[in-house]
Design a protein around this ligand. Structure first.
Ligand SMILES: N[C@@H](CCC(=O)N[C@@H](CSC=O)C(=O)NCC(=O)O)C(=O)O
Length: 279
């Protein structure tokens, strides 16, 4: 692992690394915030999954999460949203496919499948690396994210309730198999067999009996992607009600899809996860 940066903030450290990922067959970059408490003892961790076009840098610069993580003694891991580099397949004319748009799934179709194994990377390879090299408690992790990353947080947690104590999301893509973003990308990454798509769709997973104890979601009501039906939160709410999946869902009047919305409510999300991680 190579360290690229170490920056002091809120009495803790924000660090950035690259490492070779066996899962994604390429170099990957991530950032990690270590709170001041981590100088003396191991701490729980929150994984933050970012949205389309993002890298590990967007949330660490714009979300404001580190101040609250420092206060509550939590680490935050900011992975990249896909492999990237000259040899990585991409769709240069599209922002919603390829580099920056890994959708947190394991691709099965060429040319993507050799590199785009983001589900296995986020759930298995990255946590195991983090827990080997940093003062992080093994069985105390939660997951959150934004938009495509909100979709990632929900599916990773629903499929692994024994790994993640809680999940939260900002404006997640709740039902990708019925949104244009999801349909385009799932066809490319997973092929035409729709039954292979259900495994990476939070609404389908809940409908099929997958469950976690604790979910918090915020959705702005002035979010263009919500109005364009890319996010489809109503489908998720309906299926959670039907299947008795506990869910705190908050529509927020006037907020858009941006990090202005995220930074307004990030304190609630960090405190939500702390209530399960600091038990
Ligand atoms: N047309 C835009 C689309 C990109 C965009 O809005 N990305 C969002 C996430 S959307 C769902 O995953 C984002 O987080 N952008 C980065 C940021 O820092 O705001 C475009 O390409 O500009």
């Amino acid at each position: 692992m190579d360290q690229l940066e170490s920056i002091k903030e809120f009495n803790g450290y924000l660090k950035r690394f690259t490492h070779y990922s066996k899962t994604c067959n390429s170099k990957m970059t991530f950032s990690i915030f270590l709170p001041p408490k981590a100088i003396h003892k191991k701490v729980p961790a929150i994984y933050w999954l970012s949205g389309l076009t993002c890298s590990d840098e967007n949330a660490r610069v714009k979300s404001g999460a580190q101040r609250f993580a420092a206060e509550l003694g939590l680490a935050i891991i900011f992975p990249d949203t896909s492999p990237r580099g000259e040899n990585i397949p991409d769709a240069k004319d599209r922002y919603d496919l390829g580099i920056g748009a890994g959708f947190y799934l394991n691709a099965t179709q060429t040319p993507w499948s050799k590199y785009f194994q983001m589900y296995n990377y986020i759930v298995y390879e990255l946590p195991s690396l983090i827990e080997e090299y940093f003062p992080i408690l093994k069985s105390f992790k939660s997951i959150t994210g934004h938009s495509m990353g909100g979709h990632g947080a929900l599916i990773c947690a629903l499929k692994n309730p024994q790994i993640f104590r809680s999940a939260s999301a900002f404006a997640p893509i709740c039902n990708p198999i019925n949104s244009q973003w999801g349909k385009n990308c799932f066809t490319e990454y997973l092929g035409n067999n729709k039954s292979d798509w259900y495994d990476y769709d939070a609404t389908c997973l809940v409908n099929n009996g997958f469950k976690i104890d604790n979910i918090l979601i915020d959705q702005g009501l002035s979010d263009d992607f919500y109005h364009e039906k890319q996010l489809l939160p109503e489908n998720f709410i309906e299926v959670c009600n039907k299947m008795n999946q506990p869910l705190t869902f908050r529509f927020q009047e006037g907020y858009d899809h941006s990090y202005h919305f995220i930074s307004t409510f990030i304190e609630d999300h960090i405190k939500f996860h702390a209530s399960f991680l600091n038990k």
